[in-house]
Design a binder for this molecule. Structure first.
Ligand code: DX5
Ligand code: ZN
Length: 220
């Protein structure tokens, strides 16, 4: 099980300090939310941040989550910046299969994001080809939203498909996660949890302590 804290929830002014806090807590993966103001009604982060992240924190795996129209247009830039994971939304392109093969050809691992309003079956045409499914437990675009309860059943559905098809994709759950919810997601089969404002940011303690408390509560 891994944690992938979302830099969309970090301080945009003191991001370096926040990432150092995450590093102190033993975090080895960062969730980079990229929003274009078109696919979602919000704008967030940009590819150049990844270049600086890679040089300052070479050991941190970059879990890039693009909430953009025409995701294929951005593959080369994130690959060049050293991103390890590139996750896109299938309803942001007419060519999910081509996008997945282009991500892999660029040397990154391919993720597909599933919105709460999409059935899990929407992924079936290409689920055999992805390295990760990002199960959105909130509507994408904004952090701080409440976790949508039926996400647990959807994780079960994904896990069943993975077992039946003998696949190895990771299940990453994104949105509204606190420790009790995270514990349930893991019990249902999640491999990675995106941590936001209910987990390690905007808590009344340091980020490194918040991560430690979250981890202890989740494992408790
Ligand atoms: C929302 C992003 C999520 C979000 C998670 O569009 O994809 O990664 O920032 O933050 P919380 O856990 O606070 O919802
Ligand atoms: Zn995200």
């Amino acid at each position: 099980m891994r944690y992938s804290p979302s830099l969309a929830c970090a301080s945009q002014l003191n991001m370096l300090a926040d990432i150092k806090e995450l590093e102190k807590a033993g975090i080895d993966m960062l969730h980079i939310d990229i929003m274009d103001g078109n696919y979602v009604p919000n704008i967030c982060l940009n590819p150049d941040l990844c270049r600086e992240l890679k040089s300052a924190f070479p050991k941190m795996e970059l879990d890039v989550h693009v909430m953009v129209k025409r995701p294929m247009d951005y593959i080369a830039r994130f690959a060049e910046m050293g991103a390890e994971w590139f996750t896109f939304h299938s309803d942001a392109t007419n060519f999910s299969k081509r996008t997945i093969s282009r991500i892999k050809a660029a040397g990154m691992r391919a993720g597909i994001a599933l919105n709460p309003s999409q059935p899990v079956s929407a992924l079936l045409p290409f689920i055999d080809e992805v390295d990760m499914v990002l199960m959105m437990a909130i509507e994408p675009g904004f952090s701080g939203q409440q976790f949508i309860e039926d996400s647990y059943a959807r994780i079960d559905e994904l896990k069943k498909i993975r077992e039946e098809r003998h696949l190895k994709f990771l299940i990453n759950v994104d949105g509204g996660i606190n420790a009790p919810i995270g514990k349930q997601c893991i019990n249902h089969g999640a491999d990675i949890l995106v941590l936001g404002v209910f987990a390690c940011f905007n808590q009344n303690k340091s980020i490194s302590l918040a991560c430690k408390v979250f981890d202890e509560e989740l494992k408790g």
